[in-house]
Design a protein around this ligand. Structure first.
Ligand code: ATP
Ligand code: MG
Length: 413
């Protein structure tokens, strides 16, 4: 992609009401643009990051046998009356044709349960799991954390349906393992994201959250120094020791909840009278689990965790492009060399953002590269051309190095 064609720009001035590090950096770097509090536009760079996060999640969901679907953003309020959730504070309600009472879904249990009911009749139809990646709407009272807490935000929500609790337990563990794989692939592994015991509601002792440890986190968790699992502050009164080893020291930390898995059991199947016939022909309630993860919150989390005073430092797996190619100086031969390198990188399938702007100064290009934060910065200038070289710098390295142009591909491999 050529910067001269790119929609969106880096900017120095952002509105004073933007308080969070993630929103400030993402807006300044031209990844997102604010619509209103908690609602953002995704510009090309931001959409590429979001898409990469979604694809990693999608691959791991498919790997545990879940089916991707897309449910509607709006639903009849009546479905929420059935589950007793129509009075939820965060629900956006509106009126349709003929006074129809509608809501924008904050989550999809009220849609997925009656949907599954259309296709699941007998034990032979179970287990089955469906997921979607879609926008959710919640009228969050505090929306000052940028992508961490949106009023419209992106969620991956998986729902599983089972004949009995043993089968749910088995799938729950599978989903838990898939979640760890996802965070590792996203660059949030290596002990950065910890399994956290949270309150389980009426039916289970616990639910599990995945908390990425970060200063900006709104949640307080207590991390066991022995097993690296945590307990959410909400349940620390009931659970004063580590739920795994019982003995470790619990240390207070801030966390960002990047995922949440929950054994719903029969809460929603009861509300919709969703039953299946067992092998003996007897009606039984379907047992459910739900598994949420927020790609947009993950994007904000990555920025909160990986940045310095100059800008973002994207992990390779989610960076919008791998290489930021800069041409510095106006000499024709330098421009031609940069063009040649740009075309070679594209031919080799290396994702490259090419700062080909004629009017931008070297200083602007260099500070934009730091702000945007791609993994590799490659500079072509009169100086490098004279040495038949390019200058390469990894975003997180202190020193740049000169590399022979013919070795560039090897260097980027
Ligand atoms: P929180 O406790 O942070 O309010 P939640 O427990 O209500 O979140 P779930 O309903 O379980 O969240 O949603 C599943 C996932 O969706 C969360 O783990 C989080 O990653 C993401 N998420 C939830 N609310 C938001 C939001 N307002 N903005 C961005 N992502 C969100
Ligand atoms: Mg929560």
């Amino acid at each position: 992609m050529r910067v001269s064609y790119l929609f969106g720009k880096t900017t120095k001035s952002i509105s004073a009401d933007e308080e969070s590090v993630n929103a400030k950096l993402l807006i300044r770097a031209g990844f997102i643009a604010k619509q209103l509090a908690g609602v953002y536009n995704y510009l090309p760079l931001g959409l590429r990051v979001l898409g990469k996060i979604q694809n990693i999640i999608r691959e791991e969901m498919n790997a545990i046998g879940a089916n991707e679907i897309l449910m509607p953003a709006m639903t009849q309020e009546e479905s929420y009356d059935k589950t007793g959730r129509s009075a939820m504070d965060v629900l956006f309600k509106f009126e349709g044709q003929g006074g129809a009472k509608l809501v924008l879904n904050p989550t999809h249990e009220e849609v997925v349960t009656p949907l599954a009911q259309k296709f699941v009749f007998s034990y032979q139809d179970l287990p089955v799991a469906v997921y979607q990646i879609q926008n959710k709407f919640r009228n969050e009272p505090r929306a000052k954390s940028g992508l961490l807490r949106g009023r419209e935000f992106n969620m991956k929500d998986l729902y599983s349906f089972h004949a009995d609790e043993t089968d749910l337990d088995k799938y729950y563990e599978l989903a838990k393992a898939a979640y760890f794989k996802i965070y590792a692939r996203l660059g949030l592994g290596d002990g950065r994201t910890v399994l956290t015991y949270a309150s389980g509601g009426v039916f289970s002792k616990y639910s599990h959250e995945f908390q990425t440890l970060a200063e900006a986190g709104e949640d307080t968790v207590f991390l066991c120094d022995k097993c690296r699992v945590a307990v959410n502050k909400e349940i620390i009164d009931e659970q004063k020791t580590c739920p795994v080893c019982g003995g470790g020291k619990l240390e207070e930390k801030n966390g960002i909840e990047v995922g949440n898995i929950f054994k719903l059991k029969t809460k929603f199947s009861d509300a919709f009278n969703f039953q299946y016939k067992d092998a003996a022909g007897k009606e039984q309630p379907v047992i459910m689990g739900c598994y949420g993860m927020g790609p947009s919150r993950v994007m904000g989390t990555i920025v909160e965790v990986f940045h310095d005073d100059k800008g973002i430092i994207w992990p390779e797996a989610v960076a919008p492009y791998r290489v930021h190619l800069l041409v510095l100086g106006k000499e024709e031969a330098v421009g031609a060399e940069a063009e040649k390198i740009y075309k070679t990188l594209i031919k080799e399938g290396i994702e490259v953002l090419f700062d080909d702007r004629e009017r931008a100064s070297a200083g602007e290009k260099l500070s934009d590269a730091d702000l945007i934060g791609l993994p590799y910065r490659v500079i072509v200038s009169a100086k490098t051309l004279a040495e038949k070289s390019v200058e390469i710098k990894k975003r997180d390295a202190v020193e740049a190095k000169l590399v022979a142009t013919k070795s560039l591909l090897k260097e980027l491999a």
